[in-house]
Structure formats: C-alpha cells, structure tokens
Design a protein around this ligand. Structure first.
Ligand code: ADP
Length: 539
C-alpha cells in the first residue's frame, strides 16, 4: 500500500523558489569581481536565474547538458547554478587553480558545451579555448561596461545575455535523480574523476547540512561561504543557506585574511566555512592588528584536519568551531563534531580535545572502519581502520566510467584511516597514502602537524615519510615560520615530545619559506614526499 502524500520531487530549483517566496527580501551580499559590494535578494536571484534558464534554453541547452562555471563566489555564480539546474542541465564547476592542461582535460572529458566565467579567467580561457572544441559560447560574468575585447568564441557579457530573456518562463520538471552538478576531484594521483551530484542528493544534503548538529543554519543567520563553490559543491551552502532562509554573503575573489575579516564585519556574518589555511591567515591578521570578530558565532573548518590551535583561538574569541570532514564524493559533508549528552559534561579542555575529532555523520551518511581483510573494527577510539561510507549523498560511481566505485557490499572506500570512539566520534588518523610506516608501526602525520602548529613560532607544518635504512620510513617535519619569527628546531621537538610516543618524534626538522598547496588549499604531500624521500640517505 502506498502512502497518500503528495509527490514532490526534490529538485534544486524548489530551494530557490522556497527562499524567494518565504524569505524573498533576504540579502545576498557579494564582493563583486569588478570591485564594489553588490546587494541582491533571494527574490531577485530567483528571477534572474529564471531569465538565465530561459536564455540558455534558447541557445539549445537541454536536459543533461553540462554548462561549465569558472567563477568566484558571487550572486551571479549563485544565479548560474539555479538557472542551469532549472532546465535539467548540469553545473560543472572548475577549479581555476588547477594546471591549465588539467582544466582542458576535465572540460573535454565532461564535454561541457558552454562556459560561464569570471573576468579574472578570461586570459586563461583565451589560452585554452583552441583546445576546447565542445565549448561554443563563453558568457563572461560581468556587464557590458566591464566586458573586455576577447577572442573567445561566442563571447558575451552575462548582463547582456540575461537582458535577452524576460523571465516569463517555468522551471522544467523531471525526475529527482536527474544529474544537477559535476565536480572533478583534483586527482593528486591519476586522472581527475567526475563526481555527479543529483537534484535529490543535493537537496537531501542541503537539508542534512542545515540541521542543528551539522551547520545549524536558520533564517536569523548570515552565512559566508569562503570555501569556493568550485570546491566540492561549496559545502552545500549555495543550497542550505537559501533552504534555511539564511542570508548569504559572498566574498568574490578576495580570500586573504584582511579582506575576509572586512567582509565578515561589513556583512554581519554569523556563520562561515573554509579550509584551515584561510582561518590561519585570518587569525594572523587579527593577532597582528588587534581587530575583533563582532558578529561571528560559528565557523565550519574542514577539507583537512583542523589544528587544535585554531579551535582554541576561535573559542577564545567566542566563536564555536564546527570541525567537519568530507570529500567531493560525499557532496561533500561526511561528519561534523558536535556535542552529545555523553560528551557535554567534558571539561573545557576535554571539549577542545573532542573538537579535534572529525565527529559524527548526519542522517544521510553511514560509516564504518574495516581492516585490510574487510572485517569491521571496534569503536574503541584507539583501533584504526580504513574508513568506508555509504548513503544517498555518497557517490556510487564516477562520471563516464560505467563502473561501480563501491566495495562488493556497497560501501565507498574513502582512502582515509580513522578511529571511531565509543560515542561514535570519528577521528581521521591520516590519508592512507600519508601515514608513516616506521618499523611496521603507523605514525599519524596529522597528529604531529597539529602539535607542531601549536608552537608559537610556527605558521604551517607538514610531516612526511622519508625512506630510512633501518625503519623503512621515518617522519620528517617541515616547517614554515610565522612572519618575523625564527624557528629553533629543538624547541619545536620539545614542544611535541610530551604528547607522543618517543618513536613518533620526527627524526629531523627542515625550515622552509613556503609549503606547496593543492588547488583546494591543502598541503601538497605528494610533492613534499618526492622532494624529501631521500632525506635520511636511504635509496
Ligand atoms: P582533494 O583530493 O581535492 O583534496 P577532497 O576535497 O574531496 O578532494 O578531499 C577529501 C579528503 O580531504 C578526505 O578524504 C580527507 O583525507 C581530507 N579531509 C577533509 N576534511 C578533513 C578533516 N576535517 N580532517 C582531516 N582530513 C580531512
């Protein structure tokens, strides 16, 4: 017997419909690529997204077509996502920080037929265009006054493009399992792989992310996604903020400490989200200038492990850190560290330590840790295993591979090694490929890095395995000093020593000016490993 409730497919344009109808005046404040702040609202975003949908349809964009975006977080990029998905086409976000050849490879693999790009990326695209046969039109996200002369095929400025449609148009209706978004993993190993989100997975993920123990979004919030929309679905915020009726504050191209701080204040932001490097830069700025955070209540930190030093610094400023773990393949949110009755009684220090864990999954995710034999490991907080996940917001295969990406019993292998404690809190020990295997035992590079960045002279730390004649691998600590500070190697090792087993202590320390980062702002371990593999003289 079927239930008798209405059949309402979970389509992303219902999110902007809801926001426009019930929170229509709510602000969408953006720092534009052209410079000045721009103010819009959900009602306006919806109307303009409808015009874009109408205009794209007139250009022949159809259900399932990929439309690429290479853009910062602004109101126009937000409109593009809704306009593209509103006719059943697929927004294909591109990370401009990838190597140009990788960008071309991804675009050709995706066969994206149109490109919506910010002014910033016109020179890059002009260089790539001859290698991109599928793209027949470039829409530059600006107005006629700022439109540069360009050789890009079919180039037009976004505002003129929109002006050719009046918005007297209806969203398309289709199955909720229809593809909505495409995002390639950065492919630090092998070729990039396309993760294809559906309308249903995006809406379910946005609902899950809004929950109190996840991001806890509400109509009273003002949400600033510093994490770019091109990084793993913008961590759901382009959907979860409008779904919750929260205002959006979009930082555009300026993601440095002083600019982020200025917009957090100007935009009266209550919730924000980004990778640790962004927050380390913000805190350096606050420390250097004595500036304060007057409206911020919560900050989501993820993408790589959140060092306790960050958690402490934000807590001291009255801002709660929401430590999140996830992957592009998981839409991306997998777990979030929030309090439970079982942990709420911890001392302040105990709570800080708990927050260094990646936490518990929302309803849409299930997780387990298994050994190399596939057997499940106990949840005791010390036994580690390969972390596997499943759920309606987790990928089951990559675009155009025609293959399942799951284990035989239907789990997705994350490539992370983790423990899970008796209360269900997951703690990432390492990425499988970053863990240091010393004399048959494993050393967590993340834990050593977290301790190292707690030293007052250290701005950034990376621990990599270097080959060792006796122990196979030994940890090498690579450090970047804070501006104007000098690092005493022994002082950093003394700072780490009381917190780890003796044999975990790095065998040496290298001080460098800069550590390489990936396109998503993470430390590029592969590059460091290559560079320092022979450091201890082993072949
Ligand atoms: P990329 O390969 O481009 O970094 P993802 O953004 O999908 O792609 O990265 C997912 C990986 O990032 C996870 O598998 C995990 O190793 C790491 N990660 C994400 N969040 C955290 C976190 N809070 N703590 C530790 N590692 C994290």
């Amino acid at each position: 017997m079927l239930g008798l409730m209405q059949d309402w497919p979970l389509l992303t344009h219902r999110v902007i419909d809801h926001a426009a109808r019930h929170h229509g005046g709510r602000e969408v404040l953006s720092r534009s690529v052209e410079g000045p702040l721009h103010r819009s609202s959900y009602a306006e975003v919806r109307h303009r997204a409808l015009r874009l949908a109408q205009r794209l349809a007139r250009d022949g964009v159809r259900l399932g077509d990929r439309v690429a975006t290479m853009a910062w977080n602004t109101w126009r990029h937000l409109e593009a996502w809704y306009g593209i998905t509103g006719i059943g086409a697929v927004y294909h976000t591109l990370n401009p920080r990838l190597f140009p050849e990788q960008i071309a490879w991804i675009l050709n693999h995706a066969e994206s037929r149109m490109m919506l790009a910010d002014l910033t990326f016109v020179p890059l695209l002009e260089q790539l265009a001859p290698k991109l046969p599928h793209i027949t039109r470039y829409v530059i996200l600006t107005d006629a006054a700022h439109m540069p002369a360009t050789s890009l095929p079919g180039a037009v400025d976004y505002e003129s493009f929109l002006a050719e449609a009046d918005g007297d148009f209806a969203w398309s209706e289709f199955d909720e399992n229809t593809a909505a978004g495409l995002c390639y993993t950065s492919g630090t190993t092998g070729e990039p792989k396309g993760v294809l989100y559906s309308h249903r997975s995006n809406v379910l993920h946005a609902m899950a992310c809004s929950l109190p123990d996840v991001f806890g979004l509400a109509a009273m919030d003002r949400v600033m996604p510093v994490v770019p929309l091109f990084h793993a679905n913008g961590w759901s915020l382009p959907f979860s903020a409008p779904l919750s009726g929260a205002a959006l504050v979009m930082p555009g191209p300026k993601l440095d400490g002083p600019s982020v701080h200025a917009l957090l204040e100007e935009g009266r932001v209550t919730f924000t989200a980004a990778v640790p490097t962004v927050w380390l830069a913000l805190l350096q700025h606050l420390e250097a200038t004595g500036a304060a955070l007057t409206t911020l209540k919560r900050v989501a930190i993820g993408g790589s492990a959140c060092p306790p030093r960050l958690i402490e610094a934000f807590t001291q400023r009255g801002v709660r850190v929401v430590h999140a773990w996830g992957m592009t393949e998981m839409s991306p949110v997998g777990t979030v560290c929030s309090m439970k009755p079982e942990t709420a009684g911890l001392s302040p220090q105990g709570q800080l330590e708990l927050q260094a864990k990646q936490g518990c999954p929302p309803f849409t995710v299930d997780m387990r840790i298994v050994g190399d034999d596939g057997q499940e490991k106990p949840w005791d907080g010390s036994t580690f295993g390969n972390l596997q996940v499943r759920g309606p917001t987790v990928t089951r295969g990559y675009f155009k591979t025609g293959k399942s990406a799951l284990t035989e019993d239907g789990w997705f292998e994350t490539g992370d090694v983790a423990t899970i404690d008796a209360h269900g809190y997951m703690h990432v020990t390492d990425r499988t490929k970053d863990v240091i295997k010393s004399g048959g035992e494993w050393i967590s590079s993340i834990e050593l890095e977290n301790l190292a960045v707690g030293h007052p002279d250290v701005a950034e730390a990376a621990v990599v395995a270097a080959r060792h004649p006796k122990w196979d691998e030994r940890p090498l600590l690579i450090l970047v000093p804070k501006q104007g500070r000098t690092i005493e190697k022994q002082s950093v090792l003394d700072h780490i020593a009381p917190h780890v087993a003796k044999w975990w202590l790095p065998d040496d320390v290298v001080v460098v000016e800069e550590i390489p980062h990936t396109a998503t702002g993470k430390i590029q371990k592969t590059k460091l490993r290559e560079q320092f593999a022979g450091y201890f003289g082993a072949g």
